[in-house]
Structures are given as C-alpha cells and as structure tokens.
Design a protein around this ligand. Structure first.
Ligand code: ZN
Length: 119
C-alpha cells in the first residue's frame, strides 16, 4: 500500500486503463480535459471524499455551488463541484458544460481560474 492509495480523489477512464489519484480536486478536471481532448472519452470519478458535500441538499448546479461556497473562501474548486454533481448522476463533461452555460447567463463567477462562486 502506498500513500497514493489514500488519495481522496480518484478518477478513471472506463474505456482505457488509466486513472488519476490526487489530493487536489482540480487535477481531476485537468485530467478529464486532457484525456477528453486526446481520446474523446469521459473520465469518471471513482472516489471523492468531500466533507462539505454532506451539507449539500440540492442537485441543482448553482444551488450546489451556493451551498458549498460558505466552506471555500476563495471559490469552490471546479473539481469539488464536478465530484458532488457526479454523485447526483451528472458526468464531469455534463457538469463542465453546465458551468459554462450558467456562467454565460451571469449566475456564476470565477474568483480565480477553475474556482467558482454563485451569485
Ligand atoms: Zn480513455
């Protein structure tokens, strides 16, 4: 057992034999983007340990960010949002598309790259 086996965030591609274990949720999203760009495959969360997720009652993207942002002073990492939404049945790709759409309508802001807040 290496310490990597304790990684709180794990994602894998169901079509390839590749996965990523990390302590940084946004690295999962970067892994998704890289892998999708090269292969067109959706990688999926296998594990995401997010204490704050226990307090999330909604499965609406904007409400989820609203509920999480109390716990993340400088914006909610996009990887945390994707992980919580994946618990509600949305793929990482679907969540990223939806984030894009809601941002376009002014419902979300990005205090720094790949960190989100809801108005
Ligand atoms: Zn793949």
């Amino acid at each position: 057992m290496s310490t990597q086996d304790q990684a709180p965030y794990v994602a894998a591609c169901p079509e390839c034999d590749v996965d990523l274990r990390t302590e940084t949720p946004n690295e999962i999203v970067e892994f998704y983007r890289r892998h999708y760009r090269v292969t067109g495959h959706d990688v999926e969360f296998e594990r995401a340990q997010i204490d704050a997720a226990e307090d999330v009652t909604s499965d609406d993207l904007k409400d989820v960010i609203w509920e999480l942002q109390e716990q993340y002073e400088n914006g909610v990492p996009i990887g945390v949002v994707a992980a919580v939404m994946s618990d509600h049945g949305s793929s990482i790709g679907e969540t990223l598309d939806e984030i894009h759409d809601v941002r376009m309508t002014g419902g979300l802001y990005e205090p720094q790259d790949d960190y989100l807040g809801a108005f």
